[in-house]
Design a protein around this ligand. Structure first.
Ligand code: LMR
Length: 394
């Protein structure tokens, strides 16, 4: 029977990770997968997470099951982190998931159960796994314009025109902050316009927020999701702790369904529990528990927030340095967008051939659409990257 299987396309981001590992060049530069690296090229365990792990080892008394939605304390802490006081806690059904990908998956499943015909509108471009998961789940998908290749900013008029086609029963998937892969984001007034459009069309928003704290700050990065959740009758939110807590391999995420209606909330909670049971029963707990401990302890939380801010500022510094270096070498301002973008990623705007030249001739690895992970740079590699970009004729 299994001979009927056909080979699946390999994930481009993960393939690139492998190719980088196999490249023997000592001066290679990895700007591929979205993992934060410090100036020494390490992905450190955050101080507060390490401290929480130490405490957990002392106090944890059982590894017995939690609940189908995970530990309620984790949901409470994460709902507060993402939504602040924008909505009442009892407006939110939530379930812990294995990472942000797990949250996106469970959100898609909830949509499919509610309306098998729902079309999911996705930004063009979006995180490639959004597209691939929707295909895998046989869900209708409609791309909407997002990125303006010329300005390397958001094509807001195009986006609004395309999203005007969404209807009640459809879903509009947006990135809450730090758009992946482009790094270009809506301004708050633009988010307000989008909310008004969603109110008009009746489409349901789904917010994927995987980089809270990596863009303009923890509160600032949550402004859009808070606005959407407070203004619209229903919102789905998929949150990830991989990046902002640096616990990539622990797989901690949360799917939230905001409904402002107690009856609906109970139904959503029961459905999320059911979906978890059908896919993996109980979600993993270790990473979620560390996050809960950090968020609920004033000292650990302050240290975590301070370290996250250091990470954010270091990425901003690298953006400024790269934009400056390219201004100097190219004698033009055409790379100024790098300092305007936010989060880990920026789309450089190079052709696939130029991306290949960067890899082959300069050992610079970025995704084929020219997405660069800014956090893969350091003060020493920025000048080399800038030189390579100019020499590759970009
Ligand atoms: C990325 O976009 O590089 C990250 O979100 C990691 C992944 O799973 O693709």
């Amino acid at each position: 029977m299994f001979e009927r299987l056909t080979a699946q396309p390999q994930d481009k981001i993960l393939m690139l990770m492998q190719a980088f590992r196999e490249d023997p060049r000592a001066d290679k530069i990895d700007l591929g997968v979205g993992v934060y690296k410090d100036a020494e090229g390490r992905t450190p365990i955050m101080r507060a997470i390490k401290a929480a792990e130490r405490q957990l080892w002392e106090v944890e008394e059982t590894k017995s099951y939690t609940g189908l939605a995970g530990d309620p304390g984790y949901s409470d802490a994460m709902v507060a982190l993402v939504l602040g006081d924008a909505v009442a806690r009892d407006a939110v059904a939530a379930a812990a998931t294995p990472g942000g990908t797990g949250a996106v998956h469970q959100g898609f499943d909830l949509i499919r159960m509610a309306n098998p015909d729902a079309r999911v509108f996705v930004s063009d471009p979006t995180w490639p796994n959004h597209v691939s998961m929707l295909k895998h789940m046989n869900m209708p998908m409609v791309p909407y314009r997002y990125f303006d290749d010329e300005s390397r900013g958001v094509d807001f008029d195009g986006m609004m025109a395309d999203l005007a086609e969404a209807r009640a029963g459809d879903v509009v998937l947006v990135h809450g902050c730090c758009h992946n892969p482009t790094g270009a984001n809506l301004t708050l007034p633009q988010w307000r316009e989008l909310v008004a459009l969603l109110q008009k069309t009746g489409a349901t928003p789904m917010v994927d927020i995987a980089y809270q704290g990596f863009g303009d700050g923890l509160e600032e990065d949550a402004a859009a999701v808070r606005l959407i959740a407070s203004e619209l009758p229903e919102t789905l939110i998929a949150a990830s702790c991989s990046k902002n807590f640096g616990i990539y391999r622990e797989r901690a995420g949360l799917i939230m369904a905001v409904s402002h209606n107690a009856e609906a909330r109970a139904l959503h909670q029961g459905t999320l529990n059911h979906i978890n049971r059908q896919t993996y029963s109980f979600p993993p707990d270790h990473g979620a528990r560390l996050v809960t401990m950090v968020l609920n302890d004033d000292t650990l939380r302050a240290d975590w927030a301070a370290e996250l801010e250091e990470v954010r500022l270091s990425m901003l510094g690298l953006r400024e340095q790269l934009a400056g270096e390219l201004r100097r070498l190219s004698g033009s301002d055409r790379f100024g967008f790098l300092a305007q973008h936010r989060g880990m990623f920026s789309r450089l705007g190079a052709t696939p051939e130029q991306v290949e030249t960067l890899r082959r001739d300069f050992g610079v690895y970025m995704v084929g659409d020219s997405r660069m992970n800014i956090a893969g740079l350091n003060a020493g590699t920025v000048p080399r990257l800038a030189e390579a970009i100019v020499k590759a004729g970009i």
